[in-house]
Design a protein around this ligand. Sequence first.
Ligand code: ARG
Length: 460
Amino acid sequence: MTNKMWGGRFQSGPDAIMEEINASIGFDKRLFAQDIAGSKAHAAMLAKQGIISKPDAALIRKGLDQVQAEIEAGAFTFSRALEDVHLNVESRLKELIGPAAGRLHTARSRNDQVALDFRLYVRDTVDRLDQQLKALQLALAEKAEAHAATVMPGFTHLQVAQPVTFGHHMLAYVEMLARDRSRLADARRRMNENPLGAAALAGTSFPIDRHMTAAALGFDRPTRNSLDTVADRDFVLETLSACAICSMHLSRLAEEIVIWSTSQFRFVKLSDRFTTGSSIMPQKRNPDAAELVRAKPGRIIGALLSLLTVMKGLPLAYSKDMQEDKEPAFDAFDNMSLAIAATTGMVRDMVPNKDEMRKAAAAGFSTATDLADWLVRTLKIPFREAHHVTGSLVALAEKTGCDLPELPIAAMQSVEKRITRDVYKVLTVEASAASRTSFGGTSPRNVAREAKRWLKLLKG
Ligand code: ARG
């Protein structure tokens, strides 16, 4: 069958393979709302400019409303022979309102139409992800406030390093997500220009008003170069790039949740809602949601690479290659959203095990730095030397099979005779954490203040 919409020049219709490779309706139908919103704005502008009549514009608007209602009700039959969402909507409009439908595509091309639809879709996506990320930040900040003084081991190289607080750890992720949100906002600012009116590639001879459609569709201004406009997918790439980084952040938190919930660590207990049992081992509680969040960057980073690869080397302006922009992006956005939702649920439900975390924080000579700092402060020993003395004390404790706070004063003095009992005050994990009062440090006072600041910001 010859394509009804552009088939005038063709003798015979595309064969089945051509139809299959060419059609995008299977996935771009999810752009229907954006497509219809764009068409309504376009028709209103055409009428205002006297390019089409007011009655035709009214008919088009009414018809488009009906098409939208049909699609939303699931009463619309999408046809692959009609290729894509643009032609499916327009063809149904023609059935509904007759020849006036044919005037809608004046001064427009599917090239600027798809650039518009996808931009609107990505903009909506950015707004939704931003709201979701904000909710996740809130969940983390609430945990941080509740656990501003809950001591846990801080790690480097996944080896116990120094005591920190669980709240501080939660707020680390709040900071990461703040940067993610700022990257999305930045992408949104740049993408918020109206592509409609670039037409196929060169603009149009009709006296259109691109500022009017820009305002109607919530854009800051029209784009400035018609060739760039139909050839550009930076708005998708930037959003995918922000998502890739964000998914990497969530993946790190997910990995920590996996580690923390093992029977070796037992730092947190996950709720039944985000874990599964084993079909064979009744004792098990598997952190499946966390594992899946950990895995999501695979497809999200994949989508970014996929679109960068499609776009590289493409000559200006539009090429059909660009139709390959949608499936990976949709998949990435869907999974980004799902990953944020799952993480938010896990964070809310997660119950930290204070005793286990404290015990772990005290192991591994985690207050050795505090001992060295005490030597510097109290005995005025240079830090490098204090580090050496502390190393000997740690070795001694290790040999004795005890922790630093249990090392008898006589043993301490055998290494450095000026050490007094006063030193024991800095060797507890609580004292260690409380002493980290530098800006951005882990002291419970800092953490409580930061958590409060975030909560106010996020709730305000
Ligand atoms: N379905 C196409 C896409 O997603 C719409 C634009 C088609 N333009 C064209 N000249 N064939 O990119």
